[in-house]
Design a protein around this ligand. Structure first.
Ligand code: 2U9
Length: 348
């Protein structure tokens, strides 16, 4: 077959192949096989040296035209396939903007967090600092500095989880106060702080006990602090959480870290003091423990008890929330049941 006929055949077959190509990969393969270095057109051009000199220009021209035609056909096919791919992608990614949106469910602060925030806001307003501290504590800060030496019987009531004989899960937030008092520069002014947070006890969980619960403890150290300051401050706590009409009363008690110590009752928010099921017919509900900071505690933090004194208190936000919202099982706070938690969503 002469060269011209061969070129015509190449053109016919090449265009047929390009037309029938299914997909980009096939087109790329055809391009290499027809126009590549080992392809038939290159072959023809290479074979020109064997032709008669007068034939060369015409064959060269025909080969070049054929290469251009095939290149154009491949480019056109590539564009056609790209357009088809784009259409496919647009169809598969189409978004129906008329469909209803996904419901966004809004969370709400945990009820314990709400109680703690309310107390924090009250104390921040009175110029107290809110101080955080470690939940894993040293025996020294959790017990020793609070007048609870190693063999003290009151340690029994605060058994906890030990990591080593000297490192434990804190049983109260008092160690935060001990650490802050130790660092405080009293020449710059009084110490007024609260420390909210999680605490731990080695307890079997039941409706009124949890091995992990919360505390807010408060501490004020200055010259000339009296029990009247303590009573006024705690009355504000009771009124803020349980209602402006509430009164408080103090009953003598014992804590190793305060002397004198007291338990604090609030007048019943349900019956106003007349007696009902909530206050067990007494008109009063126990809500706090407090007292004047023990001289030993001051001394251990490097504070001179002859010059400085102060009051401290402790309250349980879990107990506050149970009372205020009629929750009869403390474990509800820790089950993370959304149906329970959602009841305390703040409106607006
Ligand atoms: C320092 C000195 C004294 C903190 C105090 C109480 C009384 C108290 C309990 C109430 C219920 C804990 O949440 S509860 O279980 N607390 O009765 N806590 S005085 O006294 C301190 C703290 C720190 C340096």
């Amino acid at each position: 077959m002469d060269l011209q006929a061969k070129l015509a055949e190449l053109k016919h077959n090449g265009l047929k192949e390009i037309k029938a190509a299914e997909g980009m990969d096939a087109v790329k393969k055809i391009k290499v096989s027809l126009l590549g270095k080992k392809g038939p057109i290159t072959n023809v051009l290479r074979g020109m040296k064997d032709l008669a000199p007068e034939e060369r220009p015409q064959v060269g021209k025909m080969a070049n035209i054929l290469r251009d035609e095939l290149t154009k056909a491949i480019d056109a096919k590539t564009k056609e396939l790209e357009a088809a791919l784009l259409q496919q992608k647009l169809a598969s990614e189409a978004i129906d903007v008329t469909l209803p949106g996904t419901q966004v469910t809004e969370g709400n602060p945990h009820i314990i967090t709400q109680v703690i925030t309310q107390i924090e806001e009250l104390f921040l307003g009175m110029g107290f600092q809110v101080v955080d501290g470690p939940e894993i504590e040293e025996d020294h800060y959790n017990f020793e500095m609070l007048n609870l030496p190693k063999d003290h019987p009151a340690r029994d009531m605060q058994d906890t989880f030990y990591i080593t004989p000297n490192i434990l899960m804190r049983t109260q937030t008092s160690p935060v106060q001990a650490r802050t008092m130790e660092k405080h520069d009293f020449t710059k002014g009084p110490l007024k702080m609260i420390s909210p947070g999680k605490v731990y006890r080695r307890d079997n969980d039941d409706a009124t006990h949890s091995h992990q619960f919360h505390q807010v403890e408060g501490l004020v150290i200055d010259k000339h602090i009296t029990m009247a300051d303590l009573k006024g401050t705690l009355a504000l706590v009771a009124q803020t959480v349980f209602g402006a009409e509430r009164k408080i009363r103090l009953r003598p008690s014992y804590f190793p870290f305060t002397e004198p110590s007291c338990e604090v009752d609030v007048s019943c928010f349900k019956c106003g003091g007349a007696g009902c099921a909530v206050c067990k017919q007494t008109g009063w509900i126990e809500v706090l423990g407090a007292g004047m900071v023990h001289p030993n505690v001051l001394k251990m933090a490097g504070v001179d008890p002859e010059v400085y004194g102060g009051f401290a208190f402790g309250l349980g936000p879990d107990r506050f929330a149970m009372l205020k919202y009629g929750v009869d099982d403390i474990r509800q706070f820790y089950l993370n049941d959304v149906r329970f938690l959602k009841q305390f969503a703040q409106k607006g």
